[in-house]
Unconditional design. Structure first.
Length: 305
């Protein structure tokens, strides 16, 4: 019997996601033993400082990637939205889950309207700058910690509302707490949001083929486009960037929603673009690059330098 060790963050959500992937692998692979290696990452430990000031979302990967390098684990499981769009040498995303709902949600114990002087907890500039248009009088306050920690802070009165990924809320069976679901064009999600991914370090072609049996082709196509568009604008965790690609079979189209703002949030670019469903990813990227240049994307990017 072959044994595969899966490294995972130790939070409830991360373990749920890892067990979800493990269950998929068990159903598809015969004579396989799976073991989960739970690790605390620096991103989980350093909760007193904003992520952008201590290394960004990559801090949620470091210990897991080190376990891959040292062969303490064979694969790691991540929320794809937490994975930098440029991976370190040798690392590779070898499979993606079916995408869950990519939208963001608001959770509050209060009656909410656009004129409330709310204290909204979010450490994401992407969310802050987009939601400031819906709640112009709100004060956005950084918040760290796992889902349950953030909800506890809300319930203690530290915040009037918090913003989280709907996919994470659903995985934790907390849908009843949701006050509002933001439509994709109201708050364009982060690249990869709603997708669970498997990462490996220098995988052999046979091992990659074995694991990719659970890969969802649509999720992979969409997330690769989202992450490649992120690369076009040199996206990192400090930049308020949203990108969502969806496939509409009924209308035979691929739709791209894109959002980016400057460092202050005062100037932004929002793009909605449809392509025929048979358009190649390469052609889409070439066209989208031209659209970004026409919109003078360099002026936005330069504010982060």
């Amino acid at each position: 019997m072959n044994k595969i060790i899966i490294s995972s963050r130790a939070s409830k959500l991360a373990v749920w996601q890892t067990n979800y992937i493990a269950d998929l692998l068990r159903k598809k692979l015969k004579n396989i033993e799976l073991e989960v290696l739970k690790l605390n990452t620096l991103g989980d430990i350093r909760l007193d400082t904003e992520l952008s000031k201590i290394g960004g979302k990559g801090l949620f990967l470091k210990e897991l990637e080190e376990s891959l390098i040292k062969k303490h684990s064979d694969i790691s499981v991540h929320s794809l939205k937490d994975v930098p769009v440029v991976l370190a040498d040798g690392f590779k995303i070898i499979a993606n889950s079916v995408r869950d709902d990519p939208r963001d949600v608001l959770i509050s114990n209060k009656i909410i309207n656009s004129n409330n002087k709310l204290r909204i907890g979010t450490s994401s500039l992407r969310r802050q700058y987009q939601l400031a248009k819906i709640y112009p009088t709100a004060k956005f306050i950084p918040i760290r910690g796992n889902i349950h920690t953030r909800i506890a802070k809300l319930n203690s009165g530290e915040f009037d509302a918090i913003v989280l990924a709907y996919a994470a809320i659903k995985r934790m069976s907390l849908e009843k707490l949701v006050t509002r679901i933001f439509e994709l064009e109201e708050c364009v999600p982060a690249p990869g949001q709603g997708i669970i991914s498997i990462e490996a370090f220098k995988p052999s072609s046979s091992f990659e083929k074995e694991i990719s049996i659970i890969n969802d082709k649509d999720s992979t196509l969409c997330s690769q486009l989202e992450r490649n568009i992120g690369r076009l604008v040199s996206a990192d965790c400090s930049m308020p960037i949203g990108c969502n690609v969806s496939i509409n079979i009924a209308e035979q189209k691929i739709q791209i929603l894109f959002y980016i703002a400057d460092v202050t949030g005062k100037k932004d670019i929002s793009i909605k673009k449809d392509y025929k469903i048979d358009t190649s990813s390469q052609k889409i990227l070439m066209d989208f690059k031209e659209i970004l240049e026409v919109n003078q994307i360099h002026k936005i990017i330069n504010t982060f330098k």
